[in-house]
Write a protein that binds this ligand. Structure first.
Ligand code: FDA
Length: 307
């Protein structure tokens, strides 16, 4: 029952101030968010790619409140892409973006987010890679899918994320699988009401399997975003059954979670992409990671008490 409470706190400004200021927070945060600047994170990019892993980069931040912050978010991604150019890693390092960070919730936000994300997609294409649009809470998704369709006209490799916990997702998956899209399937990390989303873990897992089958049997490129060992073996089995070669789908996991498994899958010849977040506005991302696993919260609470 702790998960929903932590997710509610992830949207509270008071909690944000409290937790961000706690001196011990940083060492716990570092497990999931390995740096605040491009300079911090580039050595990690080099290290992980040298070990046969691929990456998707997230400059953390969401729910910004001004157009200037949205422009700054766009510029942070442009700086990252500019710095990645010299590494010549191409599609081994792609970007993940949250449209709320690009101004989606502001007045005229749909157009603003599209205008801010387009140059990022263009810059990514120039260095031979692409962008995936993360899925945020359900109220943002019609706009996200419309922006995804719009970007795909010029950049068909642009990906998007779908969340198994939402009732709408089976229909979204059929549409995306038929139009050949790159799609990351995840369970879903936000607090969603029972009118729009499954609440029980076993229902979410069953939905995940149904949607995964649609993606694996479709025309697109499935990206299996999960750390769940059972779903990973089901995905391998489904891919074989659908006749997909090892480079016709990929696994994705978050930096700092089941790292040995990243290397094991890569060693088996799978494409394994590590979602690597960095930056200073880490609060929302960090709180969702705490909500996913109560043991993380216990570790965090213990370090607050013992320091
Ligand atoms: P589950 O939560 O059942 O975890 C399976 C096992 O993995 C656990 O038993 C534990 O061992 C380990 N584990 C999982 N989470 C952990 C954690 N935080 N700390 C420690 N261990 C943990 N969501 C969203 O709504 N929109 C998005 O755009 C994305 N993007 C995204 C990208 C990628 C690459 C991944 C892997 C995930 C996301 N997510 C996301 C998050 C996703 O919705 C989900 O909350 C987490 O992946 C946890 O679900 P699992 O599928 O890992 O299963």
């Amino acid at each position: 029952m702790l998960g929903p409470v932590i997710l509610a706190a992830s949207r509270s400004d008071r909690m944000r101030r409290l937790i961000s200021a706690a001196p011990v927070t940083k060492q716990v945060v570092d497990r999931f968010i390995p740096g605040e600047t491009v300079d911090n994170v580039l050595p990690i990019v080099r290290d992980l790619t040298a070990r046969g892993l691929e990456l998707t980069m997230d400059v953390v931040g969401e729910d910004i409140t001004t157009r200037e912050q949205a422009a700054a978010a766009r510029d942070a991604y442009l700086e990252l892409i500019d710095r990645l150019k010299a590494l010549e890693l191409g599609e081994k390092v792609e970007m993940s973006v949250k449209l709320s960070m690009f101004g989606q919730a502001l007045e005229g936000g749909h157009e603003l987010a599209l205008a801010n994300v387009r140059p990022v997609v263009e810059a990514a294409a120039e260095i031979g890679t692409t962008v995936t649009l993360d899925a945020e809470d359900h109220t943002t998704l019609d706009s996200m899918f419309a922006i995804h369709d719009e970007l795909r006209r010029d950049f068909p490799q642009t990906g998007c994320v779908i969340q198994a916990y939402l009732f709408r997702t089976e229909a979204d998956a059929r549409r995306l699988a038929a139009n050949g899209s790159r799609v990351r399937l995840v369970k879903g990390a936000y607090k969603e009401p029972a009118e729009v989303a499954y609440q029980q873990k076993h229902e979410i897992d069953k939905a995940y399997v149904r949607i995964l089958r649609t993606l694996m049997e479709g025309e697109g490129y499935p990206m299996v975003g999960s750390h769940d060992p059972r779903l990973i073996s089901i995905a391998q089995e489904m891919a074989r059954h659908a006749g997909r070669k090892l480079d016709e789908y990929e696994f994705q996991m978050l930096y700092g979670i089941r790292s040995e498994e990243h290397l094991r899958l890569a060693a088996e010849g799978h494409r394994m992409r590590v979602y690597t977040a960095y930056g200073t506005d880490w609060y929302g991302y960090f709180m969702r990671r705490l909500a996913e696993k109560p043991a993380n919260l216990r570790f965090f609470a213990r370090s607050m008490i013992t320091k």
